[in-house]
Design a binder for this molecule. Structure first.
Ligand code: ADP
Ligand code: MG
Ligand code: MG
Length: 246
């Protein structure tokens, strides 16, 4: 479904990704780990089509189509959604209006149907109806921001959900909820590409079913099974890098 081939990406004329290959089939669960600055967010944002990330070489295929030059909206339409590491505040745009618009555009719902569905699903993410009339992320805590990203994902049900550190800056209760919701989406058939530093976000996910990629300096230097997550939690990255001579 997703095929990233020999991806080289520049940001502000500096090469950040230096030849990444990655394949995600429908319904698979992939985890990307790596030290700060190794290029994880760059990979996520490039797959999502963020304009600042300039593909210098290689390409991104989705469902057989070359999407390398498509804008972010076009990619969302095709089923690629990115949940941001730092979900931005959008002053003046109410959550409910934003989510309604998304559902009308992507799912063809009418605004009233969309409203009811959003209020119902929002409860699962601990948002009351009145919360939905606040501006997107304005004054939100880390946990609230990440829960709102997941609510959006559950409403859209993308083919591929990319999650950039959904566990960063969240309280333990939100973390547990987010982990459960990721597993629910996965069970319903959404393929997951999850960027994280810690195994904790995978508490509700079956280790046997995941593939782990470890990045260093703009490359994937090791790919393995779920056991890599716990090893990295215990031993850090250095040992894993040593083994592969990276
Ligand atoms: P990670 O998510 O693994 O921590 P990033 O993809 O955010 O890594 O960053 C990889 C490298 O690219 C870092 O050296 C970072 O400083 C650089 N970088 C990322 N985004 C930008 C940007 N917008 N402008 C300049 N440099 C950037
Ligand atoms: Mg980082
Ligand atoms: Mg990052």
């Amino acid at each position: 479904m997703l095929k990233v081939e020999n991806l080289h990406v520049n940001v502000e004329n500096k090469e950040i990704l230096k030849g990444v290959d990655l394949e995600v089939n429908p319904g698979e669960f992939h985890v990307v780990m790596g030290p700060n600055g190794s290029g994880k967010s760059t990979l996520a944002l490039t797959i999502a089509g963020h304009p600042k990330y300039e593909v210098k070489n290689g390409r991104i295929l989705f469902d057989g189509e070359d999407v390398t030059d498509l804008g972010p909206h076009e990619r969302v339409r095709r089923g690629i959604m990115l949940a941001f590491q730092h979900p931005p505040e959008v002053e003046g745009v109410k959550i409910i209006e934003f989510l309604q618009q998304v559902l009308v555009e992507l799912k063809g719902l009418d605004p009233i149907e969309a409203y009811d569905l959003i209020v119902e699903k929002a409860r699962e993410f601990w948002f009351k109806e009145e919360d939905l009339h606040r501006y997107v992320n304005v004054g939100f805590s880390g946990g609230e921001r990440k829960r709102l990203e997941l609510l959006q994902a559950v409403l859209i049900e993308p083919k591929l959900l990319i999650l950039d550190e959904p566990d960063s800056g969240v309280d333990v209760d939100s973390l547990s909820l987010i982990s459960r919701k990721i597993e629910e989406l996965h069970k319903k058939g959404t393929a997951i590409l999850l960027i994280t530093h810690y195994g904790r976000i995978l508490q509700h996910i079956d280790r046997e079913s995941i593939t782990v990629h470890v990045m260093k300096d703009g490359r994937i230097v090791r790919t393995g099974g779920g056991e890599l997550v716990d090893r990295i939690d215990r031993e850090g990255f250095a040992r894993v890098f040593e083994e592969v001579g990276a």
